[in-house]
Design a protein around this ligand. Structure first.
Ligand SMILES: NC(=O)c1ccc[n+]([C@@H]2O[C@H](COP(=O)([O-])OP(=O)(O)OC[C@H]3O[C@@H](n4cnc5c(N)ncnc54)[C@H](OP(=O)(O)O)[C@@H]3O)[C@@H](O)[C@H]2O)c1
Length: 392
């Protein structure tokens, strides 16, 4: 019997790669639901190919366009976050892939947990913003959260190899260093969106590619690892590894280190999450060890890339700090991509919002969503102040 897979965020980079994996494993999986935010043209073509039982658009304009253009058929069209929740509650769905960006699918994640779906999670912002709540909920319902992010998939695979009960000493999250690893500090100010988006190793969505250039992506991943693997803040750390062959490593208490190596292709961690605990042949190129001349490692430079320092501070502060960090970062990256602020204004905006925020522990989902709105408006204000200062 085929397993029915819902992809929330099917029009994005992870969503499209997930569809390729499902195409290659069509004897095991069937697509039951697809969703987009605003890209109704791509969602329409995906619906025409996969004829899913459900399709959802979270943006009202996109929903209206789809409602007008979709021919009568077997696909039920759903709207907004409640549409995503309906997909996650349906008895017809076995697996949900969270390939959306941002916080909007948080309530759908809670639904998927309550309905005991197999959950493959790429969306790191959900764990950064509400890691304590999400993981407590998953524990309560005894539902594992299977990582899709390549580093966390690598850690998950190392833990499976090392034996779950073996105590972990350290987790090393590797990162290529992003597009600007070699850029001098004084030249970072003038970096354009195009430069920040030219990642040397991975082809990803725009927001995560800018996060890679600022090293915020590694910071978000530290927080994601803290929650996914239930470790204290001092356990995960970052190592820059420009060749991007090792996707992360785990050191056990006996000093033994296990690493996961593979080509830079998200279809591998996506497939591992879908077929876990099985491994099956994949579309991914095997590593050519004769072409890999060396594997090198560096300390991350938090002076040139202060976003990583800010994320580490939020990780140690706990409570609401990582939610504020994430919301302010989303606004700052959006303003950078639309050329309203400069590259080095990204950490400046985030730091201003974090300074204004009053740390709180043990928040409810509603409080987190309210804080998200507050942090976003503070980030816009901080960016406007920076712009005013720059023209004076
Ligand atoms: N790309 C990677 O290789 C990679 C690797 C590891 C982890 N991740 C994580 O995976 C997530 C997705 O990344 P991505 O690179 O695939 O992003 P992306 O290409 O920007 O795609 C995001 C997807 O989410 C949808 N979406 C956007 N805003 C939404 C909203 N407000 N409500 C509901 N859906 C919304 C988009 O729809 P539209 O197309 O209509 O805008 C699209 O389908 C992120 O959390 C990222 O950090 C990505």
């Amino acid at each position: 019997m085929k397993q029915a897979v819902a992809i929330l965020g099917s029009t994005g980079s992870i969503g499209s790669s997930t569809l390729q994996v499902l195409d290659s494993l069509a004897d095991r999986f069937a697509v039951i639901a697809l969703s987009a935010h605003s890209n109704h043209e791509l969602l329409t073509s995906q619906i025409n190919v996969y004829r899913p039982r459900f399709a959802a658009a979270t943006d009202d304009t996109a929903y209206n366009a789809l409602a007008e253009s979709l021919p009568d058929g077997d696909t039920r069209l759903l709207r907004g976050s409640s549409g995503l929740e309906e997909i996650c509650s349906s008895d017809e769905v076995d697996i949900v892939v969270f390939a959306t960006s941002g916080v909007s699918s948080l309530s759908a994640l809670f639904c998927a947990i309550e309905h005991k779906k197999k959950i493959c999670i790429a969306n790191k912002e959900l764990l950064v913003m509400a890691g304590a709540l999400v993981t407590a909920h998953a524990k309560q319902y005894n539902v594992p959260l299977i990582p899709v992010d390549s580093e966390h998939s690598a850690i998950f695979q190392c833990l499976n190899g090392g034996g779950r009960d073996h105590p972990i000493k350290k987790i090393y999250l590797t990162g290529s260093g992003g597009a600007l690893r070699m850029r001098k500090k004084e030249l970072l100010e003038g970096v354009s969106p195009k430069e920040a988006l030219s990642h040397p190793k991975w082809k990803m969505g725009k927001k995560i590619t800018v996060d890679s250039a600022t090293l915020m992506n590694k910071g978000l991943e530290l927080i994601e690892a803290r929650w996914l693997f239930d470790v204290s803040p001092g356990v995960p750390d970052v190592v820059i590894h420009p060749e991007a062959v090792i996707h992360s490593m785990v050191e056990f208490v006996d000093g033994s280190v296990l690493a996961q190596l593979a080509s830079c292709d998200m279809r591998l961690p996506i497939q591992y999450a879908l077929t876990y605990p099985e491994r099956v042949p994949s579309l991914v190129d095997t590593l050519d060890f004769s072409a890999i001349r060396s594997l090198t490692f560096e300390e991350p430079d938090t002076e040139r890339f202060p976003c990583l320092r800010l994320a580490k501070e939020a990780l140690y502060a706990g409570g609401t700090a990582s939610c504020v960090l994430n919301s302010a970062n989303e606004v700052a990256v959006h303003l950078f991509l639309t050329e309203k602020i400069g590259f080095m204004d990204i950490p400046a905006v985030i730091e201003k919002v974090l300074e204004k925020h009053i740390l709180k522990d043990g928040c409810s989902l509603e409080e987190i969503l309210r804080l998200d709105t507050w942090a976003r408006s503070q980030a816009y204000e901080a960016a406007a102040r920076l712009r005013r200062r720059a023209v004076m």
